[in-house]
Design a protein around this ligand. Structure first.
Ligand code: 3HC
Length: 325
């Protein structure tokens, strides 16, 4: 259905419609599900929103790993709430993608057969409790940096989903920083754990913003359509500028010997992540890619009876409605 829809719209595109669409984008209007849109705009949105939704769902795995081992009841309750929020974010985003004519089943199948991605960051393991702090502080911190501007994205349902998501992401970032404060100002062993978590998550967090602007395939078109509001490098720089003082407050060292404030630019200079590692993770070769995909395959297979039951119920209700009319 998805492929057919993209195909039929591609042939239906005409220059007048395209010009009218681009004028609406330029005027800052929101595009809504029933409005005409170019096939490429729809396709880009499905790719980006779908990838984002999958990231929220797969993102539950590294943190879910620590729910049973949280150090106190309070920390457990907070972590549970955070992981549940991520499931909710996935659902808002799948709903936003569905308004573009792709079903949730199709999106999931595309994830499971490798046609769609999820964020590279979730292919790294969470080895200690301090990683829960680093994930909240850095990973949710990077996610917010990327997602706050997306509240102004041109597609209405995506923009509205982002407004709800960003409110919750701020709480996630704060709870992560709170864990980091406890660890960094705790015993020497706790501080070492906090430093180790920062060492392991710093560069993967920088990679979340995507490849450098020179390598980014989609940025130019996505920014012209206001699907993306900033380039990958702009957001990465903003993240570094805001995060370094937070690391300094914790008394932790960012693992980059070349990190320094550049007075002239008014920004930090910093080392690029190892992009060969990033592309390797995207190809499926990160430390946890296989585990993450296996967990999603298993959840999909084990949920089959629930989906079948719901569909049978829906069909029965529809048949009853038709019979009553
Ligand atoms: N992980 C995996 N793939 C990535 C990636 C990343 N961190 N960054 C880029 N890519 C992929 C792109 O999808 C694209 O591949 P494709 O053509 O096969 O889809 C390729 O690398 C080239 O990158 P581009 O810069 O051209 O791609 P985009 O214009 O799509 O920019 C993006 C990438 C900035 C991530 C953009 O898609 C975006 O802003 N997405 C919305 C935000 C999002 O997905 N966030 C997920 C973060 S995790 C999260 O929110 C969970 C929370 O709980 C922490």
């Amino acid at each position: 259905m998805y492929a057919q829809m993209i195909q039929s719209e591609a042939t239906a595109e005409d220059p007048d419609k395209l010009a009218a669409f681009e004028a609406r984008i330029a005027a800052g209007e929101k595009i809504e599900p029933k409005d005409w849109m170019p096939a490429g705009y729809r396709k880009t949105l499905i790719r980006q929103i779908g990838q984002h939704a999958h990231s929220e769902i797969v993102g539950q795995l590294p943190e879910g790993n620590w729910i049973t081992r949280a150090p106190t009841l309070e920390r457990k309750a907070i972590l549970l709430a955070k992981v549940q929020d991520e499931a909710g974010h996935g659902l808002y985003l799948y709903c936003a993608a569905e308004t573009l004519g792709v079903s949730r089943d199709e999106l999931t199948e595309m994830l499971l057969d490798g046609r769609m991605k999820y964020s590279s960051i979730f292919n790294y393991p969470t080895l200690t409790w301090a990683d829960m702090g680093a994930v909240g502080w850095l990973v949710d911190g990077a996610a917010i940096m990327n997602q706050v501007p997306l509240q102004r994205t041109s597609y209405g349902p995506y923009s509205r989903a982002m407004i709800r998501i960003c409110k919750e992401e701020s709480f996630h970032q704060r709870q992560g920083y709170d864990i980091m404060m406890k660890m960094a100002f705790g015993t020497p062993a706790q501080k070492r754990m906090a430093q180790d978590a920062l060492n392991r998550f710093w560069y993967p967090a920088l990679m979340m913003f995507g490849p450098s602007d020179k390598e980014s395939v989609h940025s130019a078109q996505s920014m012209a359509w206001k699907i993306k509001m900033n380039t990958n490098d702009e957001l990465r720089q903003k993240f570094v500028d805001e995060t370094v003082p937070q690391a300094e407050y914790l008394g932790l060292t960012v693992p980059d010997p070349d990190l320094k404030w550049n007075e002239e630019r008014g920004h930090y200079d910093f080392s690029e992540p190892d992009w060969s590692e990033f592309f390797d993770v995207l190809k499926g070769n990160g430390p946890c890619n296989a585990d993450r995909m296996e967990a999603r395959q298993q959840a999909w297979a084990e949920g089959q009876w629930v989906r079948d039951g719901l569909m049978a119920h829906a069909r029965k209700r529809a048949a009853r409605r038709v019979a009553a009319e």
